[in-house]
Structures are given as C-alpha cells and as structure tokens.
Design a protein around this ligand. Sequence first.
Ligand SMILES: Cc1cc2nc3c(=O)[nH]c(=O)nc-3n(C[C@H](O)[C@H](O)[C@H](O)COP(=O)(O)O)c2cc1C
Length: 205
Amino acid sequence: MKVDPAELGAERIYRLMSGVVVPRPIAWVTSLSGAGVLNLAPFSAFTFVSQKPPMLAISVGRKGKDYKDTAHNILANEEYVIHIADSPLMKAVHDSSVEHPADISEVEVLGLETLPSERIRVPRLAAPPVAMECQFRQCLEFGESRSRLIVGEVVMIHLRDGLMNDGKVETHALDPIARIGGPRYARLGEIVTLNSVFQTPKSTD
Ligand SMILES: Cc1cc2nc3c(=O)[nH]c(=O)nc-3n(C[C@H](O)[C@H](O)[C@H](O)COP(=O)(O)O)c2cc1C
C-alpha cells in the first residue's frame, strides 16, 4: 500500500503520522499565563535537540484559529517546566489535555501539588519523577497548520531520589509513559541490550 500525503487532509495526515511515529515520550508542561494562572498540558511531539546546553523541543498545534495556551504562555514569559510522568500519573496526564479556558488551571482542577522552581518563576509539579526547568530559546512555525516548534534550554533538572545510578537514569525506576494515539498509551516493555557498536557522544571541548 502507498499513501500520497498530498491527497490527504490535515486530520487524516495527523492520524497516519501519529500512528507511525510511536511510541512518543510525553512532555508534561506547566506554564504561567499573564494573569498568573498555572497551566498544565501534555505534548508528545517532544524530543531533545541539543546536549550542551541541554535543549528540548515540543511542537504545539492550534485550537481553531488560535494557539494553545501553552504556546501563548511560553512566548509571553519565556519560562516553563517539562515533566516526565510515570505510570501512576497516566490518568492525570490524559485528563490534563482537556481544553479548559485560559483562566482555568488544570493543576487546580486535578488537585496536583506544586513546588517552587529554583531558576524560574513557573512552579513545578511535585509528583512526577523528573522536572526540567526551561528557558525559552527559539520558536519555528511549520506547514499550513503553522504548528509551533518551541525550543527551550533546560536550566535545572529535578530527579526523584534513586533514579540515577552511576550517572545513568534507571529506566525501570523512571517507569515512563508514552503516547500511542487518542486515549492509548504505552508503558515500558522489555529492554533489549545489544553489544555496543558506538559510544555515547563525548564532549567536544
Ligand atoms: C498524551 C497527549 C499528548 C499530546 N501531544 C500534543 C502535541 O504534541 N502537540 C499538541 O499541540 N497537542 C498535543 N496534545 C493535545 C494538548 O495536550 C491539548 O490540546 C491541551 O488542551 C493543550 O492545552 P493548552 O491549551 O492549555 O496548552 C496532546 C494530548 C495528549 C493527551
């Protein structure tokens, strides 16, 4: 079977692409509105794009003609926190994607506990195993839908005790969740270890 994307509308392309680019890690993002409302939403178009300094990218689409609250907030005050959620938080992650008006805090609706961040004003969530304080660096718009690829520098990383061993994250202890599509999520399955044919990139200093 072949599919020519030029013959498909945006929604069918979204369904196809989000079905083949799987499983996707989830950035669970807190950001502050101009009025001080703490927003929370998940984004699975998410990856890291630089090692030093560490930089992460999320792709934020639009709701109707306007951008989602997360994009407005990040571009307005340039600070946000990306959390990595574990299995017990799966339902909260899903529920936080409900599109509330900008003056409603998903954090309050879901009754999630927060902690102050160290380098930025946006609070972080207490429950996730990882919280990364981010400073906005760059925004690129792509395609007819003008999705925004938002890149931020990680300026502080909070890790739950017991997650790191010998400089590496214990993946099973992290117990991350991933998105498949719609209401479908995945947990970590079997980890396969092969003989190493390449090395983790070393500093080029
Ligand atoms: C697990 C999950 C992943 C999602 N990933 C994205 C994404 O990568 N980009 C996007 O624009 N919306 C994504 N969404 C939808 C947004 O989370 C949703 O539109 C949310 O209400 C946006 O919130 P905001 O307007 O407060 O920023 C995702 C939803 C779920 C449940």
